[in-house]
Design a protein around this ligand. Sequence first.
Ligand SMILES: [Zn+2]
Length: 308
Amino acid sequence: MRWNLQVFATIILFFTAHSSFSQKLQDRNLIKNLVFLSSDELKGRESGTPENLRARDYIKEQFIGMGLETQYPDFFQEFRFTSRRENTTITGFNVVGFVPGTESKKIIVITAHFDHVGIGRPTAAGDSIYNGADDNASGTAALIEMARYFSQNPPKHSMIFAALDAEEKGLQGAKALVEDFPFELDQILLNINMDMISRNEAGELYVSGTHYYPEYRALLEEVSEGKKPTLKFGHDTPGTGREDWTRSSDHGAFFDKKIPHLYFGVEDHEDYHQPSDEYSQVNPRFFVDASHLILACIEKIDQDFIIP
Ligand SMILES: [Zn+2]
């Protein structure tokens, strides 16, 4: 019996090791990043709070560990903005890493906001921490792991990995990035933004933006064919109000500068902007699968859209 258990344990270990070798993104890193960023310790990562700075520093340490380059001092793009609600000036920090491309001067800018809304009105059970696990520890966790992958597997286009601050206060970090970008804006091939990629009961992930940039649609269909989650197109039709996500997250700042974007995210759920948006409500399988799928889309775009 004991022997059988040992064999069983060895087999489990083998498959765990085997799958991690064959995977481009390490599932355990994806989950580790998501668990830390959405923990109560970080108190909802509101811009201007010490806990937001802890999230910022965690991302920076990861970037340093992978040997990423950057155009900013200490990886931080510092910016100031006025919060209308609090009527104060807040200092925000984007964390920006860079991987040089091997074949093109064009740049793919990958973004995810790491801030959330912080501490707020408590629930009946007394929970006042808005953890923002799906929104947007999930996108940030994927962004960090994608940066690690591309730092070890150089892309054809240069890539900027920007963990953006103050999205929840009006896309402030994204606006700061496009206002003070380290290269000419017309060098950007496109922005790929991730915001809420860790759960959906129907198993669906949306990619919004192909209404404006249909040149990417066939490629996305090809890459996502037969894969989980199911990649759905839409939420980008003008005149559809809240159903149009074109300015719903950081990619909106790129759109306003006429820079193409693709935005990956799920439809709103009952925990959206609630203290219950925490890790326990995330679907780890969905999140890991979505991260792998988005990476596959990025790699295919990197290979197929070569403009010297
Ligand atoms: Zn968000």
